[in-house]
Design a protein around this ligand. Sequence first.
Ligand code: NAG
Ligand code: NAG
Ligand code: NAG
Ligand code: NAG
Length: 445
Amino acid sequence: MEVLSKFLGGTLKSTASKCMVLFVTVLILRVLFPPSFPGFDGFEWSNFVYINSHSELGIRQDKFLAVPQLVWGLNNQKIAFARACLTARMLNRTLLMPSFSASLFYKEIDLLQPISFDKVFQFDKFNTLCRGFVRLGYYSDVLNRTEVLEMQKGSGRRWTLERDLSQLKEYSIGSFDDYEVIRIVGKNPFMWHDHWHVKDYARVFECLEVIDEIAQEADRVVSRIREVGKEVIGKTESEELKKSITSDSSSFQPLPYVSVHMRIEIDWMIHCKKLEQRLNTNQICSSKKEIMERVKNIVGLKTPIVVYLAVADKLLNTSSIMEGWGDGFLPFEKKKLAVDGIYKKYPYLIQSAIDYEVCLRADIFVGNSFSTFSSLIVLERTQKMIRTSVTSMCGTDVRWPSYAYNLAGESNGPMRWITNMSDSSLQAISYGTNHISSCKDHILI
Ligand SMILES: *[C@@H]1O[C@H](CO)[C@@H](O)[C@H](O)[C@H]1NC(C)=O
Ligand SMILES: *[C@@H]1O[C@H](CO)[C@@H](O)[C@H](O)[C@H]1NC(C)=O
Ligand SMILES: *[C@@H]1O[C@H](CO)[C@@H](O)[C@H](O)[C@H]1NC(C)=O
Ligand SMILES: *[C@@H]1O[C@H](CO)[C@@H](O)[C@H](O)[C@H]1NC(C)=O
């Protein structure tokens, strides 16, 4: 804005000229950063409908692709799922509903409790939302299960991106294509080469909605966070504040909360120190103290505010992360909120899915740019911002802002973080980065 007013001749005193600048800024932003995700604004949406109605078949329903079980963290599994979907799309085949893994064992494959897709996400909803783009099917849809073509994914250094791509092309034509089912064998899909744009992944994630039971559990946690915050703030001395809270509740304005995905468990610390060494940087591992400092310095943050700490509590002394936040910050984790009982009912994967929803709905999200969990949340929050067709995603008053605490931003706060939807592969966000698309870059225009 400042750059722009200087550019337009310096002293812009009148309201009219300020409005003019604002208008021009909006126009420039629209041109430079068009909402790039199909289906999110009028123009792209009509394109999408157009594509849909003119290829009624979309994805073939009589040819299938089967993939190995998806493993590791929830978000590794989501990425693996999207990659499997996009592979199936490339082969113009329906993806046979893959199995997720409910537990987080890295090595012992037998302990990876398979859990079917539709125990986590809504199956029909997925196919409705993704119609014409990708399609999921049941194993019972297959007519002849004896006739399956196995497709071995190569591995190692000599299995390049190009070789992988030509294999996919080869299998999408001729006699290979005649098989009703192609089953990919080898590494889990998270480890496959990536041939797709961030936008394609986003399109698949957009179709993933957790089943009602999980959504309801997340609702319970979120309302507990807002409730507890209200109770604590209600006990404060400030009459003015109390008044604002009461008027808030009468207008059904929910109490805002910040969600911090705090990665400080010992196994993460070991991993991230190694990563810092390898990448020759010190911007990956943030200590508890650094995370607190940066969160407290978020520009424009109104206190008192509830801070929900999303942590893998089994691995952590939770009482220590609750200390040292100082005035105006009300830290909570699952135990202190008395919602740990909700989580304990479920295996790891579902617990993670609930936490994901809680972070997704937070008024402000702060995570680590080297975490897949944080990265996917920011991706989805960026999509939410695009959908509300904000003209600038960088203002102080936008909804759904996200930050990376491992990178220093304005006033020693965390760096503003939005996903660059025009990136050509998901690589950057699935393996972590310190080159996040931040608002600093955008303001420079
Ligand atoms: C898949 O095949 C069908 C039938 O041949 C075709 O109409 C459709 O356009 C194809 N879809 C894609 C994504 O290639
Ligand atoms: C399935 O395919 C196999 C191998 O081509 C064939 O022998 C068998 O008759 C088929 N079964 C059915 C039910 O079509
Ligand atoms: C957890 O942290 C608190 C506060 O730093 C400390 O008093 C307590 O001894 C710690 N507990 C364990 C089991 O490490
Ligand atoms: C977003 O990604 C595109 C494609 O890789 C790149 O050209 C552009 O500079 C990126 N934008 C930002 C703000 O990082």
